[in-house]
Design a protein around this ligand. Structure first.
Ligand code: TYM
Length: 351
């Protein structure tokens, strides 16, 4: 039998759960389903999403419309999308704590992208570092989608009243542009959008290439030895770390004039959860060989549990599919409500 006191307690508890979920900060982030996901994606983004998910109201998006900015095929995009959903689940994203969905399943992203383009300057887009890097000297031939890419990203973020955007360092400029777009829209049409903050960690936000520590580890790097894919087998991981470039000298220390060792020590430290100073002390006088061999063990063992879960999920694609269907429904409900407000702010629709 439930007493009056107990019902009162339950009501109070319900109220406090409601309050805490209302006051929990909204997190949104996205990742492109393009190619092999690597340690940079994991340490700069995915792992932080997983570690923080209990504290926030989270939405994570597989941005397949962004992936269309580079030439792809129907089969590749479909395979990469499902594979990425499996990677996110294997890494620990929990659908009971986070909405996980595919961008094209919520049409409001594309609609808001167009509306926001009216408050975005062409010059702002042309000056984006990522556009300049990807377009290179061929900016007459690249798709217009590559130029428009940050407007769609702003739409992703602003559609959900996002407070925090956990990303790697390379996305900082896009989040800043998103804030500028939101502020300009609010000035012109009245308070409509929340201004989001980037959430970029002090370490791991820029994991560097194993072949050239002045370049970031990147999915688009033509050299497979430059990055460690989350799906690399132990032998491949050991080989890539053994041949990773090092700095002159033989001391295992992180320092501005030792970018390669700094990168390797950062990877070791993040995966082993030990401070860099402890690792430096452990390898004092032991040289690069011993350090690299242990680093390979740390990477192999850190990725092994993700890889085991990934192998199971690959056998059961229906699990990821059902997570994505459910995620799209939950994201859509929020996006539809927001777009009613946005259309009204802009004077679209007379009914
Ligand atoms: P994408 O798919 O290139 O990368 C996904 C995430 O991985 C981070 N990252 C890295 N972090 C550390 N070191 C590296 N070497 C490294 N390489 C990649 C990225 O910073 C990112 O956090 N434009 C985005 C996707 C996007 C998005 C969004 C992100 C679309 N809409 C809305 C946040 C919010 C991109 O292409 O990420």
């Amino acid at each position: 039998m439930v007493t009056g006191q107990e019902t009162g307690d339950v009501a109070l508890l319900d109220e406090s759960i409601k309050r805490s979920s209302n006051t929990r900060q909204r997190v949104f982030s996205g990742i492109q389903p393009s190619g092999n996901f690597h340690l940079g994606n994991y340490l700069g983004a995915i792992r932080n999403w997983v570690d923080q998910q209990a504290a926030f109201d989270n939405i994570f998006c597989i941005v397949n419309l962004h992936a269309l900015s580079q030439a792809t095929t129907r089969e590749t995009l479909r395979d990469n999308t499902l594979n990425l959903a499996n990677v996110l689940l294997a890494a620990g994203l929990d659908p009971s704590q986070s909405i996980i969905f595919v961008q094209s399943d919520v049409r409001e992203h594309a609609e808001l992208c167009w509306l926001l383009s009216s408050v975005t300057q062409f010059g702002e887009l042309r000056r984006m570092t990522q556009f300049k890097d990807k377009a290179g000297s061929k900016d007459e031939q690249v798709s217009a989608a590559l130029l428009f890419y940050p407007v769609l990203q702003a739409a992703d973020i602003l559609l959900y009243d996002t407070n925090l955007v956990p990303v790697g360092e390379d996305q900082k400029q896009h989040i800043e542009l998103t804030r500028d777009i939101a502020a300009r829209f609010n000035m012109r049409y009245g308070e409509t959008f929340v201004l989001p903050q980037p959430d970029i960690k002090a370490t791991g936000a820029r994991v560097m290439s194993l072949e050239d520590p002045t370049k970031k580890m990147s999915k688009s790097d033509a050299n497979p030895n430059a990055s460690i894919a989350l799906t690399d087998d132990p032998d491949t991981i050991r080989r890539k770390i053994r041949r990773a470039v090092t700095d002159s000298g033989s001391d295992v220390v992180a320092a501005p004039d030792k970018p390669a060792l700094t990168n390797l020590l950062t990877i070791y430290s993040l995966l082993s959860e030990e401070p860099i100073s402890i690792i430096e002390a452990r390898y004092a006088g032991k040289g690069y060989g011993a350090f690299k061999s242990d680093l390979a063990d740390v990477v192999v063992s850190s990725l092994s549990s993700i890889q085991a879960r990934l192998a199971e999920l690959n056998q059961h694609p229906e699990i990821a599919r059902s997570v994505l269907v459910d995620g799209a429904e939950r994201a859509r409900a929020r996006a539809v409500a927001k777009m009613i407000q946005v259309r009204d702010s802009m004077g679209l629709g007379l009914y």
